[in-house]
Design a binder for this molecule. Structure first.
Ligand SMILES: Cc1cc2nc3c(=O)[nH]c(=O)nc-3n(C[C@H](O)[C@H](O)[C@H](O)COP(=O)(O)OP(=O)(O)OC[C@H]3O[C@@H](n4cnc5c(N)ncnc54)[C@H](O)[C@@H]3O)c2cc1C
Length: 610
């Protein structure tokens, strides 16, 4: 690596210097929120965000919400790929994973699913992990502050209507979504409900809300809704892209700056008041460890001097484990397949609709429905005894917690360029609080060396049995939908010859609503487990790797987000979550960003807008 140079990077705006009040390492979903709020509270503060990826301002691939899949490929400049360790629980499979790497992070291209956790998930942060000020009642004001909820709801008191992030249904409602919302409640008797995101309601089917502005058709990402509008008013809020943060610079144990690499050169940005690490749950532990903040054994192996011995850094890597089973369908209805493959005719067709009317699939996402599923006693029995202990200890006394999120998806969800060019639909689900927990650590002090990422997906048999049961349940709803024309068999279990559960590549139509459910043998169940090992993935919902809990219990930050054993250093992103939340996590990230801004302003003696 080149020697350290203390000077300003070339692309910092004209009034930039190498000294700031606050330097932020990582410019993702949470960083854009905390930066914009603190900057707005005191526009004399000089704030610098250092982001590894590119800028995305006014990039249609970002603001057109339906284009998530245009980011998820090997040549993408907005994502970073991670190779997981070969996993014995997945028959030795080595999984590949990705995270956002651009201004706005994951919020700049995520699936825009507006999902909120169970109230008890946040209460656990306080009661189980001692995070004072982070119980549900404490977080609700921040969960509301970020949002402008534009839909009817029986519980307006839990939604905000003045925040920067607009929530709507988006501008499309596909046949796949409509049919699943018709069929699934009839199949299992769960009702259709108006608002599945009031923090308490489970077991209701619903049209899923989206982080999309229904009028402009644009994505509600942190960069366009928080950061850029504030930057337009405030030259003291600066972002430098293409900057890979190496480490936090200390004087003793006080953080005084950030060292980073841009175009092969090393720079230091000095921070007189505060350093924030906001690299996301996969990026933050690497920055901390390279800074001497981590488990002694990990640091010594990488040749790094210990500043604060924190064995919890990089541990507690929690996620949701997701799987999508594709189905063949009639070709006469709208899906996201052709547009997501980037077919020019489809891009032109939907691009024109977007330009003229601000609607269509570019203003929506393929996951337009959902169910937070909490099992009935019969369903629990069917999941089997492997899950009983987890149920009793984690779920039984928390009636707002669901074990699965389940949805119909209007496309082939997976490597869409690898399958025949046609339309599909998928039945997908993720487990909300898996027992399997991974870790991620550096192996070198060089930021260009990949981290060692041990996902541990499916290492707990309890997790596996939930996903096996969910395959059976979701398949029953899929094959009752009028558009069903068989399974896309390549991505389904291979059942033993002669099995009553055998999949069929072609079908002439659905089974009747009252058709008997498929009976699976022990061998069939084994075939489902084998397929799950082949197809299961993390859900891009990583959290927990710099957890907010007591230091002696593996905690990394205290409840004011200060890193133990240091001064002037906070972590502000999803890595602080001490435990999982039963929902797609952008909502939690927004609340962390909003609350952190208030805490930073309190530390600095300034007032943040309520
Ligand atoms: C494909 C995808 C789909 C998703 N769908 C949904 C959804 O529908 N709904 C939902 O609620 N959530 C969804 N999520 C999850 C959500 O977007 C993330 O949980 C959220 O973005 C996490 O916020 P964060 O601030 O913790 O980290 P991130 O947003 O990941 O930001 C971290 C940032 O830090 C930067 N960084 C890391 N290390 C360094 C370094 N060394 N130097 C400089 N910069 C660095 C990264 O480049 C990145 O920009 C999805 C995520 C993905 C990837």
């Amino acid at each position: 690596m080149s020697s350290t140079v203390t000077s300003a990077p070339a692309d910092v705006k004209s009034n930039a210097s190498d000294s700031y009040d606050i330097v932020i390492a990582g410019g993702g979903a949470t960083a854009c929120i905390v930066a914009a709020r603190v900057a707005e509270a005191d526009r004399s503060l000089k704030i610098l965000i250092l982001e590894a990826g590119p800028d995305v301002r006014n990039d249609p691939a970002t603001y057109q919400a339906g284009r998530t899949f245009h980011h998820l490929h090997a040549a993408s400049k907005t994502v970073k790929f991670y190779a997981a360790e070969p996993n014995p629980a997945l028959d030795g499979r080595q999984a590949f994973y990705l995270h956002g790497q651009c201004v706005g992070g994951g919020s700049s291209f995520n699936l825009t699913m507006y999902s909120r956790a169970a109230a008890s998930d946040y209460d656990d942060w306080k009661t189980k992990y001692g995070a004072e000020g982070w119980a549900f009642k404490d977080l609700l004001p921040y969960l509301k502050k970020c949002e402008n909820y534009t839909l009817e709801t029986p519980t307006p008191e839990v939604h905000g209507n003045a925040g920067p992030l607009t929530v709507s249904h988006g501008g499309e409602f596909t046949t796949v979504a409509k049919q699943w919302l018709e069929v699934a409640p009839k199949f299992d008797g769960r009702p259709s409900i108006e608002d599945p995101n009031d923090f308490f309601t489970v077991n209701g089917y619903s049209r899923w809300r989206k982080w999309i502005d229904g009028e402009t058709g644009r994505r509600s990402d942190s960069a366009h809704c928080y950061l850029y509008p504030e930057q337009d008013k405030n030259a003291n809020l600066q972002v430098s892209t293409g900057c890979v943060v190496n480490k936090v610079v200390f004087e003793g144990t006080r953080a005084v700056g950030v060292e980073y690499v841009k175009d092969g050169k090393t720079f230091v940005a000095k921070a007189s008041k505060q350093v924030l690490v906001c690299g996301g749950a996969l990026g933050t532990p690497a920055i901390l460890e390279r800074s001497g903040l981590g488990g002694k054994a990990v640091l010594e192996k990488a040749g790094i001097k210990v500043v604060s011995d924190l064995p919890g850094v990089g541990e507690n890597l929690i996620d949701h484990h997701v799987i999508f089973w594709p189905y063949n369908t009639t070709q006469d209805h709208v899906t996201f397949d052709a547009m997501s493959r980037g077919e020019p005719e489809a891009m032109k067709y939907w691009g024109d609709i977007y330009a003229k009317e601000k609607r269509g699939i570019l203003t929506s996402n393929p996951v337009e429905t959902g169910l937070k599923l909490r099992p009935s006693p019969e369903e629990l029995k069917a999941i089997g005894p492997e899950f009983t202990k987890r149920w009793n200890s984690y779920y039984a006394n928390a009636p707002d917690k669901s074990i699965l999120f389940m949805a119909a998806v209007s496309m082939f969800f997976g490597d869409i360029l690898a399958v025949p060019k046609k339309n599909y639909y998928s039945l997908g689900y993720f487990q909300n609080h898996p027992e399997s927990i991974g870790n991620i650590h550096i192996t070198s002090s060089d930021p260009s060396v990949p981290q060692k990422f041990d996902s541990k997906w499916m290492s707990s048999p309890a997790d596996m049995e939930v996903l096996v049961w969910a395959y059976k349940h979701s398949r029953e709803t899929a094959r009752r939908m009028p558009i069903y024309r068989g399974e896309f068999t390549e991505n389904h279990p291979v059942f033993p010859k002669g099995s009553a559960a055998a999949t069929k590549e072609e079908e002439t139509g659905p089974v009747p609503m009252d058709a008997p459910t498929i009976k699976y043998t022990a061998e069939d169940d084994e075939a489902i487990r084998t397929a799950i090992k082949k197809f299961v993935a993390g859900c891009w919902h990583s959290m927990g790797t710099a957890a907010m809990k007591p230091r002696e219990k593996g905690g990394v930050v205290n409840s004011r987000l200060n890193v133990y054993g240091t001064q002037g250093l906070k972590v502000v992103d999803l890595s602080i979550s001490p435990d999982n939340v039963g929902a797609n996590p952008y909502s939690t990230a927004t609340a962390i960003g909003e609350k952190a801004a208030v805490m930073i302003c309190e530390d600095l003696g300034i007032t943040v807008k309520a």
